[in-house]
Design a protein around this ligand. Structure first.
Ligand SMILES: Cc1cc2nc3c(=O)[nH]c(=O)nc-3n(C[C@H](O)[C@H](O)[C@H](O)COP(=O)(O)OP(=O)(O)OC[C@H]3O[C@@H](n4cnc5c(N)ncnc54)[C@H](O)[C@@H]3O)c2cc1C
Length: 507
């Protein structure tokens, strides 16, 4: 392991890897330091009973020809090698409520989305059309989402202060249509009192453009990027957890790893959860303002999740090329609050796609919110590279019980699973805390709030001249969101115009 780098990147999640690629390609000597055994952060997969399970990426939007993420991935040199399955054009997402058998469909392509939903809400054609136009319009305020390299971010920020639920209700007074349009809000941890309309719009719009599953899991994105980084001369070290910064004046001169090793660098980019900044500067807190660290540590996090992966008897359950979101009631914007009374108040269910069979699923995944308090009694147990303690039999029993409650709910909509589930593997908020490194297992990092949009808007550049931040907490979560955050983190270290021109002209 060499000891001197131009740029050290903390974390090998998607944002860290993209920064490493851009900066290695620009001629910098770059090292990525990852605390886990596997690279990828939320892109990690795990294998149980010969089935591949995704930790954090179930489907991706905007990968069609001419769409923004597609172009970013071409620039990264990974678009053509990704193994993808386009989801059902008529319904990438389906949404259902309570015991009602009606399934509402979200189709790909804006026109198809409007026409298909209008078949289910015949009196609401205009409302759905207006809604669709509004989400496209607000997305235009964020030029890098469209790779519009000539426009800059608007100085008037009023578009950040629009409530998603109210805005959706402004198009139609039909409560079912309102609930359908917000029905896949697990995608952005939607909450009545917080979620801004632009967040809803950017997530939905990218899937309406086009929706894709990764065949055999999302970790392929990380693996392909690692190859690309290595080709450009960058290096990636696994099981290297950054513990502290060592300063020379106000500049970071090296990072100290938990193994005791130090690596010297000219610049650091951190994609770790920003709460780790308090740890990194703990010997020399003056480098970051107390108010800044307090703001980070007190910002409301998005909730945590419980994920259950059920393995299936071979060739018994057909692969379903759509996702299904279920809500016990149409109060979709209160799902997080309602969860504590009636768990799981809402869930997402899907069949991952494997190269083993194009027709049948080898597993079934279900995901729902879980209050961190439910697992707090085991919070002093860890499953990390540097610390591994058993969470004990009571934790295993808890997981089993929750996975079976969730499965009973899922059976109501997917009776074909009955008798075909062979095994269950569950992850709790503690698994996410340990694998991804976010406090309380929050799955999308900071919660964005339309009432105070600037509170969670952390700038890329910190007060420490050679420390930048990237990742889902800086810009926005999701594959497209963190891709944009990586580009933003690199601008300045590479020339903006050249970088953006290279991206838009990549073939
Ligand atoms: C359950 C779940 C489902 C999701 N589903 C989707 C989806 O279907 N589609 C979609 O687009 N997005 C989805 N997302 C969101 C998306 O996966 C994330 O927003 C994105 O991958 C985050 O990337 P990142 O680069 O910000 O950081 P992360 O992926 O969080 O990576 C940060 C990395 O930093 C490492 N690290 C932390 N601290 C240190 C340290 N001190 N030293 C060294 N390394 C450190 C971590 O181990 C981790 O590898 C989902 C997320 C979750 C959790």
């Amino acid at each position: 392991m060499e000891k001197q780098y131009d740029i050290i990147i903390i974390g090998s999640g998607l944002s860290g890897l993209i920064c490493a690629y851009i900066l290695s390609k620009a001629g910098y000597k770059v090292a990525v330091l990852e605390k886990n055994k596997q690279v990828g952060g939320c892109l990690q997969t795990f294998v149980r009973d010969r089935c591949i399970f995704d930790v954090g990426v179930h489907y991706i939007g905007g990968l069609g020809e001419g769409q923004a993420l597609n172009q970013y991935f071409k620039y990264l040199g990974i678009r053509d090698t990704l193994k993808l399955q386009r989801m059902d054009m008529e319904a990438f997402d389906t949404i259902g409520f309570g015991e009602d058998d009606t399934v509402y469909k979200m189709a790909q392509g804006h026109e198809r989305f409007v026409d298909s939903l209008a078949q289910q809400f015949p009196k609401e054609h205009l409302a759905i059309k207006n809604y669709c136009k509004a989400i496209q319009d607000i997305c235009q305020k964020f030029p890098l989402y469209f790779l519009d390299i000539h426009s800059s971010y608007p100085s008037d920020l009023s578009h950040l202060a629009i409530n998603a639920k109210d805005k959706i209700a402004s198009f139609s007074s039909n409560p079912t249509l309102q609930a359908v349009l917000g029905g896949n809000n697990i995608l952005y941890a939607g909450r009545d009192s917080a979620t801004p309309f632009h967040l809803h719009a950017m997530v939905l719009n990218s899937y309406i453009e086009s929706a894709w599953r990764c065949i055999d899991g999302g970790s392929q994105i990380a693996r392909l990027l690692v190859k690309q980084i290595r080709k450009e001369g960058g290096v990636i070290f696994k099981q290297k957890e950054v513990d502290q910064f060592i300063f020379d004046g106000n500049i970071i001169k090296s990072v100290l790893l938990d193994t005791g090793e130090t690596l010297n660098c000219k610049q650091v980019i951190s994609s770790a959860h920003p709460s780790q900044l308090s740890r990194f500067v703990r010997q020399d807190r003056g480098h970051l303002r107390k108010a800044y660290l307090n703001r980070i540590n007190n910002t409301q996090a998005t909730p945590a999740v419980f994920s259950a992966h059920y393995t299936l008897k071979p060739n018994t359950v057909p692969y379903i090329n759509r996702n299904y979101y279920h809500h016990k009631t149409k109060e979709v914007w209160n799902a997080i609050e309602n969860n504590s009374k009636d768990w799981p108040s809402t869930y997402l269910a899907l069949t991952p796609i494997t190269s083993k069979s194009p027709t049948h699923a080898d597993s079934f995944a279900a995901m729902c919110y879980m209050d961190y308090k439910e697992v707090q009694r085991w919070e002093n147990t860890f499953n990390t590279v540097s610390q591994e303690t058993s969470r004990g039999a009571s934790y295993e029993a808890f997981k089993e019980e929750k996975a079976s409650i969730l499965l009973e709910e899922v059976y109501k909509q997917f009776p074909q699973l009955k008798g075909n589930v062979t095994n269950t593997h569950a992850s709790t908020p503690l698994s996410f805390r340990d694998y991804i490194g976010c406090p309380t297992g929050s799955f999308y990092g900071f919660e964005r709030n339309y009432q105070d949009p600037m509170r969670t808007a952390l700038a890329v550049q910190t007060r420490i001249p050679n420390l930048r931040l990237t990742g889902q907490n800086i810009n926005m979560h999701g594959i497209l969101g963190v891709t944009v955050s990586a580009v933003l983190a690199c601008i300045g270290l590479v020339e903006r115009k050249k970088l953006l021109t290279d991206i838009v002209s990549a073939t």
